[in-house]
Design a protein around this ligand. Structure first.
Ligand code: UVW
Length: 317
């Protein structure tokens, strides 16, 4: 593990949006997604194509997870064999059915993080005391995000294609300026309040390498700088979605900290993070028809006190 300064030092001058939407706010920059923003997103529905962006839970190729977590496991509880067993319940008319359940980390597949999911210095989003997370998130859980939904204009930024590679490499970084240049190369402009959807195709490595993927684990992604954080704040970005496990380079190459952008973007600015999206069909389609903007329509599950939730975001073109 690299040596690193404390996050309070690294982000000492970082801006926050705390209090901007009131003392009780729990959805942060999602407040930018007003009804007008929903209508702006809808104006990018031009072809009637729908792309569900969730990765398949139980994919036979395996599921990528943050180190220490385990992939979701589905277990069969009842199937046709259950009904022959001694003592099996009987229902009038010979009704049989299948039941199953999943045992899953809520961050173990395509997911929304709650704004309070990550913190430093004893404070979570909006300045709530981090002790409100004890035993379940009393503040800034995923529930308020699930109750409002996340709908607006989405824009795909295909960083892998922009860099001319099948997949970005371990620890490869990019900045907000690269996102702007990527958009320009795609013939689109990032606008205020856009949901940014960034493709690295890094999970291809997971499928090629299996467990070796976790050796020297360091995902590619955005890298912290004060300028990047100010750009996200000025652009009023409500939501950042990627196809990686944690949306940013795992270890900041400049200071060694883990996930400083989770802290600067989510904890400080209230930007919602969506991770482990499957962007492959969407990206192939965008490259073919040149339309990189769409309606983004997503909602996590309503789970009381939860730090995150699976979601199946839709990109609709
Ligand atoms: C961590 O916060 C550690 O990971 P993620 O955002 O991927 O859930």
């Amino acid at each position: 593990m690299p040596d690193a300064p404390d996050m309070t030092e690294v982000l000492a001058d970082a801006p926050t949006n705390w209090g901007k939407w009131g003392e009780d706010d729990e959805v942060g920059s999602l407040n930018y997604l007003t009804p007008d923003e929903v209508l702006r997103g809808i104006r990018h529905v031009r072809q009637g194509k729908v792309f569900p962006l969730q990765r398949l839970i139980g994919d036979p190729k395996g599921d990528p997870v943050w180190p220490g977590r385990t992939p979701a496991e589905r277990t069969q509880v009842l199937d046709e064999s259950s009904w022959d067993a001694d003592g099996a319940p009987q229902f009038p008319g010979g009704l049989h059915y299948a039941d199953d359940k999943i045992n899953a980390y809520l961050q173990g597949s395509t997911q929304y993080d709650a704004l309070g999911h990550v913190w430093y210095g004893g404070k979570i989003w909006n300045g709530y005391d981090a002790r409100t997370t004890v035993g379940g998130m009393d503040r800034a859980s995923v529930e308020p995000i699930a109750r409002r939904g996340v709908v607006g204009r989405g824009i795909l930024l295909d960083m892998a294609r922009f860099r001319g590679k099948p997949t970005l490499d371990k620890g490869e970084t990019f900045t907000h300026e690269d996102l702007v240049a990527c958009a320009q190369a795609q013939g689109v402009t990032i606008e205020n309040c856009d949901v940014l959807v960034v493709r690295t195709n890094f999970l291809q490595l997971f499928h090629e390498q299996g467990d070796a993927f976790y050796e020297g684990f360091n995902e590619p992604g955005l890298v912290y700088s004060p300028e990047l954080v100010r750009w996200f704040q000025d652009m009023e970005i409500p939501n950042l979605a990627t196809d990686t496990i944690a949306n940013e380079v795992t270890y900041d190459p400049n200071n060694g900290t883990a996930l400083p952008l989770h802290c600067a973007l989510m904890r400080n600015l209230g930007i919602a993070l969506t991770e482990i999206c499957d962007l492959e069909e969407l990206a192939a389609d965008c490259a073919e028809d040149g339309q990189y903007t769409f309606l983004w329509a997503a909602a996590p599950l309503k789970i009381h006190l939860a730090a995150g939730s699976p979601a199946n975001p839709l990109a609709i073109k």
